[in-house]
Design a binder for this molecule. Structure first.
Ligand code: ZN
Length: 409
């Protein structure tokens, strides 16, 4: 049941101990050693331990080392998660080197007006830290709940990350927004639960531009395959292109995330994305995504969509995109290429824009899994081939208008 869904965000900043930091440093070392001790013990069991068992095994031992009750809990939970992820990656036993401690909200006091953080340490010691960040960054989190901090110490000093949480009222979906991502375009289609197309939008992606930079980098790396790392000019040029790729893709991903979430808010949509992991398993990415760019750029776009959606309480669902771009949305038969980016069903004559077909099929898959009362699916009327798009890019948008949703078959 979806009600209030928490949004979590971390604020990371430098922190300066107000007086001596001996106890803080001592605490961080003690903490690291305690986590390591628990990891070592857990490692000898081959199974995941329950919270109760962890508590029984380690709690009193940790408390006798001077830790507070919640310190102890954080330590064994953290150790368990470390061991668990190392095991599931088939890795070795984790060895902790960095000085880092997770501290529960019962063991610190945060004062955002004063910009200070007071930590409760082992053996009743305390440490007060001045938080070094701008008031502007902090402003956003007023009214949020803070629940955990992570304190770190490295060669450059102390860092803290404060985790904030805010409850967002979940939007009850009244429409479904299917998003088809591919190399050239992002297609956004909003459907009502009874299959009407309420909104259709398409953006160009900057991926060709990104690919141009990528190809340049690859070419240079090939030409100087042994030496490019060592020639300063070449390395710098490669960095510059890498920087362009990163900047283009982030700017674009943020823009799309914001736009999609706003549109979904306006239409009270549930957002349907393609499950990229499934896409990899289906092993078809070469068809719709450019292999040279890999999936990272699509992941980044999805990440921004999900992030912005979560902030607005909008539900995001991932659907296996298997055959969504090759199956007839009306009769389910395989579609054939008809014209540039336009597909046709040989069985029932359905003709439509490839990206829109993918969006319709995503919508249908979602509806078949999330049935609403009285609605079993959607039928879309094919436009006649003669009213349909030519190979011209500009005409494709007309083609989308021609796909008129009709009543259910
Ligand atoms: Zn068909």
């Amino acid at each position: 049941m979806r009600g209030e869904e928490p949004v979590v965000e971390a604020l990371r900043m430098r922190a300066l101990p107000e007086d001596s930091y001996d106890h803080l440093l001592e605490f961080l070392k003690l903490y690291r050693n305690a986590v390591q001790m628990v990891v070592n013990r857990i490692w000898s069991f081959n199974d995941r331990l329950s919270k109760r068992k962890l508590h029984r095994l380690f709690y009193s031992n940790l408390v006798s080392m001077g830790f507070r009750a919640h310190h102890a809990k954080e330590i064994y939970v953290y150790a368990e998660s470390l061991a668990d992820s190392a095991r599931s990656n088939g890795g070795r036993k984790p060895i902790l080197r960095k000085l880092s401690a997770r501290i529960d909200r019962y063991d610190y006091k945060l004062d955002l007006d004063d910009m200070t953080l007071t930590l409760k340490l082992h053996s009743d010691y305390e440490a007060r830290l001045k938080l070094l960040t701008s008031g502007e960054r902090v402003e956003k989190f007023r009214g949020w709940g803070n629940y955990e901090v992570v304190v770190k110490c490295d060669g450059s000093g102390f860092w803290v990350s404060i985790y904030f949480r805010r409850a967002v009222k979940a939007v009850k979906p009244r429409t479904v927004m299917a998003i088809d991502l591919n190399f050239d375009n992002i297609t956004i289609a909003v459907f009502s639960f009874n299959g009407r197309l309420a909104k259709l939008k398409r953006f160009k992606t900057p991926l060709r531009k990104v690919l141009t930079h990528r190809i340049w980098v690859e070419r240079v790396q090939r030409r100087y395959s042994k030496s490019w790392r060592f020639i300063k000019g070449v390395r710098k040029a490669i960095d510059r292109h890498g920087e362009r790729i990163r900047s283009i893709s982030w700017v674009y991903a943020h823009k799309v995330g914001d736009l999609v979430a706003e549109l979904a808010s306006k239409h009270s949509s549930a957002i349907i994305l393609e499950d990229l992991e499934k896409l990899r398993e289906n092993n078809k990415k070469g068809k719709r995504f450019n292999k040279r760019l890999g999936l990272w750029i699509y992941r980044r776009i999805q990440f921004c969509i999900e992030y912005e959606a979560r902030e607005r309480g909008i539900e995001v669902v991932k659907i296996n995109p298997r055959s969504t771009s090759s199956k007839c949305p009306r009769c389910g038969k395989k579609l054939a290429e008809y014209r540039h980016m336009v597909l046709r069903c040989r069985k029932c004559g359905f003709v439509g824009d490839r990206d829109v077909i993918a969006a319709i099929n995503l919508y249908k898959k979602y509806m078949s899994r999330h049935p609403r009362c009285g609605v079993s699916g959607v039928a879309l009327n094919a436009s006649k081939p003669d009213e349909n798009p030519s190979g011209m890019q500009g005409k494709r948008d007309d083609a989308m208008k021609n796909i008129k949703p009709h009543e259910l078959i």
